[in-house]
Design a protein around this ligand. Sequence first.
Ligand code: GYE
Length: 332
Amino acid sequence: MRTRRTARNVIAVFAAALLAGSVAACGNSDTGGSGGEGGDKKIVMGFSQVGAESGWRTANTTSIKEAAAEAGIELKFDDAQQKQENQIKAIRNFIQQKVDVIAFSPVVESGWDTVLKEAKDAKIPVILTDRAVDSADKSLYKTFLGSDFVKEGRLSGEWLVENTKDATGPVNIVELQGTTGSAPANDRKKGFAEAIAANPNLKIVASQSGDFTRAGGKQVMEQFLKANPKIDVLFAHNDDMGLGALEAITAAGKVPGKDITIITIDAVKDGMQALADGKFNFIAECSPLLGPQLMDLAKKVTAGEEVQPRIETEETTFTQEQAKEALPNRKY
Ligand code: GYE
């Protein structure tokens, strides 16, 4: 008799514990999960941004902050000042704070496995946005939302091939690379090189990183101009470096867009203005407006829904004429 009652009590306690466990799993304790009864708890997102290196980045940050507010998602935003160690620290902080989802734009491609594993062990889903990582273990993140950087480089190279097909002598190209080791720098370089490969008269005579900043672009272009008496083309991995280079080119007594053909990537407002003014010659667009899609994905992954592992941004290209048309309606 006594034994049977004890057994029943044990079962009752066990059942209660199970129930409590499943409720806690839904609500994700004090930070508030996406699901659960009532569903009125805010999703908390920890977001580690690369920095504030370019016009693109500023527009991207604005898009993310605005979209979070719009979606009712609480955003914990961290600016890593272009340093991987700061991003790793920020991600560890987010894990400690038990956020519901972590999103980040990795400054470089390599070296993320350990911290991503920590997030996975803590059962916090991770979304990559803008830039990719080179981790072999794809289960370390839910999805990657961003552009096809190889394609941007390829479109830039194809435009150049098309627009130099009547050139008789060699065409000397200098390249301003983005941040060393970053996905957009690696991929844009690759795509551009592939596109011009079949044309031996198109030659990259110098290629160096300007770290995606105006100051970097200006400084490296000054060196290029000093070291290379004949530069026909500048391929800059983003508008800001191209804009910095304009100053160096003008100071060297050359006319940008005429003496030196300039191709860049991004299509932020200042870049589009330079293109419309005839100082740049071609821009491959890279959209920074990732906020709304990111918040959508955050809602899905915190609700345990499956999402596509790769979501690509839609983009176009601009010539000088197209920039003149598009400029009045350009939002960023
Ligand atoms: O092109 C550049 C920025 O990761 C796509 O980073 C982004 C790049 C963008 O600094 O302007």
